[in-house]
Write a protein that binds this ligand. Sequence first.
Ligand SMILES: [Zn+2]
Length: 248
Amino acid sequence: MVERRKRFLVFAYHGLSHADDKYVTTPEMFRRHIAFLLDAGCSFVSMDMLLQWRAGQAELPKKAVALHFDDARDDIIAHAAPLLTSLGIPSTIFVVSAWSAGRLRPQDKDAYSDFLTWRQLRELHETGLFAIGAHGETHCSLKRAGFRQKWREIAGSKREIEDAVGCTVRHLAAPYNRSNLLCRIMARAAGLASLSVGRSTYNGRSFNPYAVKRYMVTRDWDESSLRERMARTWPTARLGEQDSPPIS
Ligand SMILES: [Zn+2]
């Protein structure tokens, strides 16, 4: 197997609705994305599976793709959960603990739907397909937060979500994809296994679990947007199933 096959992609979604917002995908387009990725031979994988692969404990399937849902918006229930559960596709929902607890609303709240409640998150988690991750307590920039607030946003949100949902929170996504070395150190110290940070590219075999790269899916993404990212990640894929012979 050529080395470049050993790569994976992370696509991060936010809302699934018809709201006029850059980070909202229509439910119809979301279904088209999933159908396209399946048709293109992608294998959907969990974050835990990717970490097992990194540790040499699992094989990476062909064209591995992980799905993220940032902010835990409640339109996941109507527009993602039925499709993903019927197809057995795993994903990770990154929860802002104060939003899901209902004690804080985002400032630009018109752009947002409501958020998944603890009960809804429990039900999704019980399907075995939705991992529940942390996305901070208040959705502030982890990079800009002071030392004590950083710890509260990282370790505090993990603990609050775990207590409320009854699960282990192993993954963190940085709001606005902003983080720094101290955030990585704190994430590790808090017992988190990964931190996702953006960067709009693929991850390779020796990826840093505390700097997982991902693409943020925006409203203008269609099938060709996915095809483009796949072609950059797996350049031989277009040649078919056979790896191209090495050039001597
Ligand atoms: Zn967010």
